[in-house]
Design a protein around this ligand. Structure first.
Ligand SMILES: *[C@@H]1O[C@H](CO)[C@@H](O)[C@H](O)[C@H]1NC(C)=O
Ligand SMILES: *[C@@H]1O[C@H](CO)[C@@H](O)[C@H](O)[C@H]1NC(C)=O
Ligand SMILES: *[C@@H]1O[C@H](CO)[C@@H](O)[C@H](O)[C@H]1NC(C)=O
Ligand SMILES: *[C@@H]1O[C@H](CO)[C@@H](O)[C@H](O)[C@H]1NC(C)=O
Length: 446
C-alpha cells in the first residue's frame, strides 16, 4: 500500500477520478483519504472553535437584506408540476439576488467556511440557484419553512458537512429569527437550538460513522488515528434520542476512508488501512454499507419514532491538480454544466452503495409505516467546484493541515441551496400526508 504526505493511505483501487469532457483535466478526487480525516489535526473541525453561539452580539438581520414575503396565502401552496418533477436533476443558473445573508448578518458561519473574511476575492459563487429541468425550485422562504416547522423538531445526524448544512440553514432563517441555545451539554458535537416564536427545535448529533465507534489509538499506522467501528451496533448517542423528532437528516460516507477496524458481533471481521497481515482490508463501501444498514435499523427499532428520515447523499469533493496533501486545490470560479463532468471512481462506488442500502431500508421502513426520503444532492454539488473555501478558510500564514479545503462549503454559498431542497421536500411531505389522509377518509366513508 502506498502512502503519501503525512501518511494518508491511498489504496489505488479506491481513488476516484472525474474526467472533464471539456477541459480534459483530470480531477483527482481522492475519496479514500478524505479530507475530513485531516481536520482534527489542525482543529476540532466539527466543533465551533471560534464561535460562541451563546455570547454572540446581536446583529440586526434586517440591516441589509429585505425581509421575505410573509403572505400567508403563499405559505403552503405548491403547484402540481412539482409533484412529478425530479428537483435534483437540472442546472445551475445565475441568480443576481443571492446571497440572502452575509457574514455580517449571520453569526452562525463557521470560522473555516467564512470565505469572505479570509479574503476570497470573488463573489460570483454565491450567485447561482438550482434550476430543475422540469420545474422551478423556489428560492428558500424562511417564513414558510418556520411555519411548516412550527411545533416540530428536526435533527441532523452525521459529520461536519452535516454541520455545514445546519449552519447554512440557521443563516437562511436568520432573516426571520435566530435560535437560542438550549443545548443540554457543553459538548459542541450535540447542539440544540430553539426558535422561540415557532416552538421549533433543531438539534445536531455528531456521528461521523453513524454506528458506535471509538478511537483506541490517535496515531495508528498512518499517524491519523485509527478507529474501532462496531458495524452492527447502534450509536446510542443519537439512536436513543430520536423519538421526539419529526425529521431526521442523516449523512455520512467521508469518514469511512479513515484507518479503522471493523467489528461485528464483538469480533474483528476486517479493517480499512490497518496494515495488519492477518486482517482483511476491505473497500470503504464495506464499512459504509453496514453502517448505513445499522443506522436504519436503529431508527426502525424505535417504537416511538414516527418522524421522516431523510438521507442527504454525500457531496463530492473537488481537488484538482493533486491530492489534498499534494498541491490539490479547487480554484474554479463557476459551476460546471451537467455534461462537463461525471460521477466516477469511488465517488460513484460510494454513491451506488448508499443508494442500494437506502432502497433496501426504504422498503423495510415502508412496511413498518415509516417514511424514508432521499435528498439527492450529489449531482448538483458535483457541479460546484467553485463553492469550497480552498485556501480562504484561514489566514495564509496559518499552519493548517488541510490548507486547501475542497470538501466543505463557503457560507454563503451553494450549500444554501440544500435549504431550498429541504423546504421543497417538507412541502411535498405535507402534500403526501394530506393525500394519504384523504384516501383514508374516503376508504372509511365508502
Ligand atoms: C407578497 O405575496 C403576495 C401574494 O403572492 C403579493 O400579493 C404581494 O404583493 C407580495 N408582497 C411583496 C412585498 O412582495
Ligand atoms: C466579513 O467579510 C469581510 C470581507 O468581506 C471581512 O472584512 C470581515 O472581517 C468579515 N466579518 C466577519 C464578522 O466575519
Ligand atoms: C412545542 O413543540 C413540541 C414538539 O416539538 C410539542 O410537544 C409542544 O407541545 C409544543 N409546545 C407548545 C406550547 O405548543
Ligand atoms: C493479528 O496479529 C496481531 C499481532 O501481529 C495480533 O495482536 C492480533 O490479535 C491478530 N488479530 C487477529 C484478528 O487475529
Amino acid at each position: 500500500m502506498k502512502q503519501t504526505g503525512i501518511g494518508f493511505p491511498h489504496g489505488k483501487n479506491y481513488q476516484g477520478t472525474i474526467h472533464l469532457t471539456t477541459s480534459k483535466i483530470l480531477l483527482l478526487i481522492t475519496l479514500t483519504l478524505i479530507t475530513l480525516t485531516i481536520i482534527p489535526l489542525y482543529f476540532p473541525f466539527h466543533k465551533f472553535p471560534s464561535l460562541s453561539f451563546s455570547n454572540h452580539s446581536p446583529i440586526s438581520p434586517a440591516d441589509t437584506i429585505p425581509p421575505a414575503n410573509h403572505s400567508h396565502d403563499t405559505l403552503i401552496a405548491i403547484d402540481d408540476n412539482h409533484h412529478k418533477c425530479d428537483v435534483f436533476s437540472g442546472e445551475w443558473v445565475p441568480n443576481p439576488n443571492a446571497p440572502y445573508y452575509h457574514n455580517t448578518t449571520c453569526w452562525a458561519i463557521h470560522e473555516h467556511q467564512n470565505c469572505q473574511k479570509y479574503g476570497r476575492p470573488d463573489s460570483d459563487y454565491m450567485k447561482w440557484r438550482w434550476k430543475p429541468d422540469d420545474c422551478d425550485l423556489p428560492v428558500f422562504n424562511p417564513y414558510q419553512f418556520l411555519e411548516i416547522m412550527r411545533d416540530k423538531a428536526l435533527a441532523f445526524v452525521g459529520d461536519s458537512v452535516g454541520r455545514n448544512q445546519m449552519q447554512s440553514l440557521i443563516c437562511m432563517l436568520s432573516r426571520v429569527e435566530y435560535p437560542i441555545d438550549v443545548s443540554t451539554t457543553k459538548d459542541d458535537d450535540f447542539k440544540r437550538w430553539y426558535y422561540v416564536s415557532y416552538n421549533f427545535t433543531m438539534a445536531t448529533y455528531w456521528s461521523p460513522f453513524l454506528v458506535k465507534f471509538n478511537q483506541p489509538d490517535t496515531d495508528g499506522p498512518t499517524h491519523t488515528g485509527i478507529f474501532n467501528l462496531y458495524l452492527d451496533e447502534f450509536d446510542e448517542k443519537w439512536t436513543n434520542q430520536i423519538d421526539e423528532f419529526n425529521y431526521l437528516i442523516l449523512n455520512g460516507g467521508h469518514w469511512f476512508s479513515r484507518p479503522s477496524f471493523y467489528y461485528e458481533g464483538c469480533e474483528v471481521v476486517g479493517c480499512k488501512f490497518c496494515q495488519q497481515d492477518n486482517i482483511t482490508d476491505y473497500p470503504m463501501t464495506f464499512g459504509y454499507r453496514r453502517a448505513l444498514n445499522t443506522a436504519y435499523n436503529g431508527i426502525m427499532s424505535r417504537e416511538n419514532f414516527k418522524g421522516v428520515t431523510i438521507l442527504r447523499t454525500f457531496a463530492p469533493m473537488h481537488f484538482e491538480g493533486g491530492e489534498w496533501n499534494g498541491g490539490g486545490d479547487c480554484i474554479r470560479r463557476k459551476p460546471f454544466k451537467n455534461n462537463e463532468v461525471r460521477l466516477e471512481g469511488s465517488n460513484l462506488e460510494l454513491y451506488l452503495a448508499q443508494m442500494e442500502e437506502f432502497n433496501e431500508a426504504q422498503k423495510k421502513a415502508t412496511e413498518n409505516g415509516l417514511k424514508f426520503r432521499l435528498m439527492d444532492i450529489t449531482q448538483p454539488m458535483l457541479l460546484r467546484p467553485d463553492g469550497h473555501p480552498s485556501k480562504y478558510g484561514h489566514w495564509p500564514s496559518e499552519k493548517v493541515t488541510l490548507y486547501n479545503d475542497c470538501v466543505h462549503w463557503c457560507l454563503p454559498g451553494p450549500i444554501d441551496t440544500w435549504s431550498d431542497f429541504l423546504l421543497h421536500m417538507l412541502k411535498m411531505e405535507g402534500r403526501r400526508s394530506a393525500q394519504e389522509k384523504l384516501i383514508r377518509k374516503r376508504k372509511i366513508a365508502s
